[in-house]
Design a protein around this ligand. Sequence first.
Ligand code: ZN
Length: 191
Amino acid sequence: MELEVNDMKVLGAIKRGASGLRNIKNVVHLKNEELEKILDVLDQSNMITIRYGSGLLGQKKVMLGVTENGIKQMDEYADGLSKRWREMVNLAIAGERATLDQMIRDEPLLVNMMVFYGVTDTATLSRLNLRFLLEGKHLCYKCKKELGKFSQKFSVSDVRKFNFKLPRGMTTRDDLCNDCFDKLDTSRQRG
Ligand SMILES: [Zn+2]
């Protein structure tokens, strides 16, 4: 069966020892209903065990664990991630940025999951200059520099307004940094 990213995250959190709902929510940011839905799916797929104990004040407390089947699923998932990570490193070495960008557009959380499952880590991503693949950062479309809240950004409509040549593949969701925008200018004057 095909599991979603959040299912695999919740499963990973339980395996790491988050046995209650509150602990899981510290690792995976989900709303209560979302988490409950995921736990239902994992339970029905025989991937987790659910026990009920009582808390310090005698309140009912859920205690979750991962089944053998769940561990098997996680291992397979991590294997798949490792294969794709090696593929991505090769693409990076070959300078195939556009292909990498497309992979991330198709699956925005792919590299985040690789980090979550320990297939790679942020230090490695930095060393390979691949930090931009992590979701949740807004980066310059061309040079992949991080665009902070207060840094100047230039959109497709800015590029059009100045009658510059639009970088190939740039969409309305992308932005350019000041430097790259300036370089568009010079390339136009030369051409
Ligand atoms: Zn830039």
